[in-house]
Design a protein around this ligand. Structure first.
Ligand SMILES: Cc1ncc(COP(=O)(O)O)c(C=O)c1O
Ligand SMILES: N[C@@H](CCCC[NH3+])C(=O)O
Length: 422
């Protein structure tokens, strides 16, 4: 069975399709490397959260770092969502895509004064503040802008999300958030500063989380704090439980979004916090399984120790395997009936770490198109121009038709801002 989404299928003739469109045809029409997204798959993933939260005061803020293509943002904004942003650049994208700034939360440990001013002028919903010194800076910027900054403290609850160390964010040793035992003092400090209005509490414990327990533990830790803060006379309106829900890349069984949300709401009710607005910041679970990366096989290099299948996509297009040794499924877009062989699927970049998949088994010939599955999150968003490689084009399937939503980059554009010496 293919991991991921029911929108992806293999026909009895061996053709891999997304929303019914043969992926090999899209590769021929738009060229490779090519990201292809199913809009319907994204909306289905979002609907699972929306159904579970219906009837409650809530706001879903898509963590747009996962995939910030404007058409993706537009799709999600039109479905009523807000955004979790981490830079002024992301805010500019939200506005360009027609997103509503009053549904934007601004996270991140290193917001600059200029980014704070930009966000205040745009009218974001709140700042997820990650340190006491950030509170001081935000207060000063708000005063200079003649504005009141709505503040939610991102608390580091010190729970183990059980995920890759590079994508864990909720442990004491991680740089994110304010330590749980310092958070009450930080709330008191926030309430004492001019220009700030405390509105909520926030956490985000990591990414690609496949269990519910870390979420419930983190929520308990937040609610303990909410109770202490409110005893102090500081009102907390919303509770933001962050994002991080995992997807199936291989054989993982993450909880379904509606199951997770149901358990979180139950816990809120059980502890007497059912009246609070719930906020969530899902990224990967909305877009990850909605996308594939298509790449054409250039050369085959069979060998005794290893056989290499050299493709035209590389670590600069899809960083996750090189960076986290992430396992992503790779499937031929048209199956061959010849016996399969084992291949390391590698790109043209001059690094031994440039691989997309190791020890994969399929029958393949040069010119064939392969699809890297579950590539809709942290794929294009993390792409670079290393080796002066123009970034891939992106296509979104909308109502059964492919739409080019980002043109392939041209090499010339990569050095257009550079200057030759006199
Ligand atoms: C503050 C914040 N919120 C939400 C997310 C979304 O995470 P994910 O894509 O794992 O859902 C991230 C990234 O991990 C994040 O840093
Ligand atoms: N880039 C990571 C996720 C990072 C989450 C960011 N807070 C990945 O591909 O899995």
């Amino acid at each position: 069975m293919l991991p991921g989404t029911p929108h992806l299928a293999r026909s009895s003739a061996g053709t891999l399709t997304l929303d019914g469109l043969p992926l090999a045809d899209l590769a021929r029409r738009f060229g490779t490397p090519l990201y292809v997204y199913s809009q319907a798959a994204m909306l289905d993933a979002l609907a699972a959260y929306q159904r579970a939260l219906a009837g409650r005061p809530h706001q879903i803020c898509y963590a747009m770092k996962a995939n910030s293509n404007l058409a993706v943002l537009q799709t999600i904004a039109r479905a009523g969502c807000g955004f979790d942003i981490v830079s002024g650049g992301e805010l500019a994208r939200v506005l360009a895509a027609g997103g509503d700034p009053s549904r934007v939360v601004f996270s991140g440990v290193g917001k600059t004064a200029a980014e704070m001013a930009q966000a205040l002028r745009a009218g974001v919903r709140c700042f997820n503040v990650e340190s006491v010194s950030e509170l001081d800076r935000l207060s000063a910027v708000a005063a200079a802008e003649g504005a009141i900054a709505p503040v939610s403290l991102r608390v580091n609850p010190d729970v183990d999300a059980g995920t890759h160390p590079y994508i864990s964010t909720g442990l004491r040793e991680n740089k994110f958030g304010i330590a749980h035992d310092q958070a009450l003092a930080a709330y008191r400090h926030a309430a004492s500063l001019p220009g700030l209005q405390v509105v909520g509490i926030d956490c985000h414990i990591g990414s690609q989380i496949t269990q519910v327990e870390p979420y419930l533990d983190a929520l308990d830790r937040l609610l303990d704090l909410v109770e202490a803060v409110e005893r102090d006379g500081i009102a907390i309106h919303h509770v933001d439980v962050g994002g991080g829900l995992g997807i199936r890349y291989v054989d993982e069984s993450p909880p379904a979004a509606d199951h997770l949300v149901g358990l979180l709401l139950q816990r809120l009710d059980a502890r007497g916090h059912g009246h609070r607005e719930v906020m969530m910041e899902p990224g990967r679970s909305l877009v990850g399984n909605a996308g594939v990366l298509l790449t054409e096989v250039q050369y085959l290099k069979p060998g005794d120790a290893k056989s290499f299948c050299i493709v035209d996509a590389a670590m600069n297009d899809l960083m996750r395997p090189a960076m986290y040794e992430a396992w992503m499924a790779i499937e031929p877009c048209v199956s061959r009936s010849t016996p399969p062989q084992r291949w390391d699927v590698v790109g043209p970049v001059c690094e031994s770490g440039d691989w997309l998949g190791r020890d994969r088994s399929f029958a393949v010939e040069p010119g064939d198109v392969l699809a890297v599955l579950s590539a809709g999150a942290y794929g294009m968003a993390m792409a670079s121009n290393y080796n002066t490689r123009p970034r891939a084009a992106e296509v979104m399937i909308v109502d059964g038709a492919p739409v080019l939503v980002r043109e392939r980059e041209q090499a010339q554009a990569l050095f257009s801002g550079e200057k030759l010496l006199a």
